[in-house]
Write a protein that binds this ligand. Sequence first.
Ligand code: E4P
Length: 229
Amino acid sequence: VKIFSDGADLADMEAINQNDFVTGFTTNPSLLKKAGVTDYLAFAKTVVAKFPDEPISFEVFSNDFDTMLEEAKLLAQLGDNVYVKVPIRTTDGQSTAPLLHSLTEAGISVNVTAIATSDQVKESLEAVVAGVPVIISIFVGRVADTGVDPMPFVHDSIALTKQYPDAELLWASTREIYNIIQADALGVDIITVPPSIIAKLVTKFGQSGDDVTMATVKGFESDIQATGL
Ligand code: E4P
């Protein structure tokens, strides 16, 4: 599985890029807000200049197709490595399938985002034009957050995406390191991982159960000392 970094903090992105196993980036409006980005276009230009060879996804902000199209063109022309993120629904619940069609017809690579059902995966794949690389982002963690086992959704999404040679399936809403193992074992193409989990991947991956126990009791000890008990 390819591992992307999921965040919009430039310093984090630069630090994370030092890890060879990170081969791309995803951002979204909430991550931009969290990172304090106020000039989106300037941020996007800087990111593309710093990482010219790695796939980077930037999301459109609007909800009407005409403005979304203009935003998409603006973002796409920043670099050949840019995927324009388009949510599968507008905020009033409209399908963006016609827009996905127009964008890919114009040769723009899209990352269809906010997908939470396999029907939406199918809808996206049927909308895009062949010959243009596209990413299909399934929000696995957000589905799991509702108390539903997301794995049937993941399995169905893999089977659907495999029928489209230009499409890659991306596991989004990653919640834990084990999601990377799951994505890899199942044959998901990409998983995007927040910096906090990438940090854990570097420090904790491969620890034995005994290592986990010792780290736990040492953590308790240091917290006991801090409480002055
Ligand atoms: C990435 O492309 C997605 O926008 C991101 O993984 C969503 O993560 P969240 O559901 O934890 O906010």
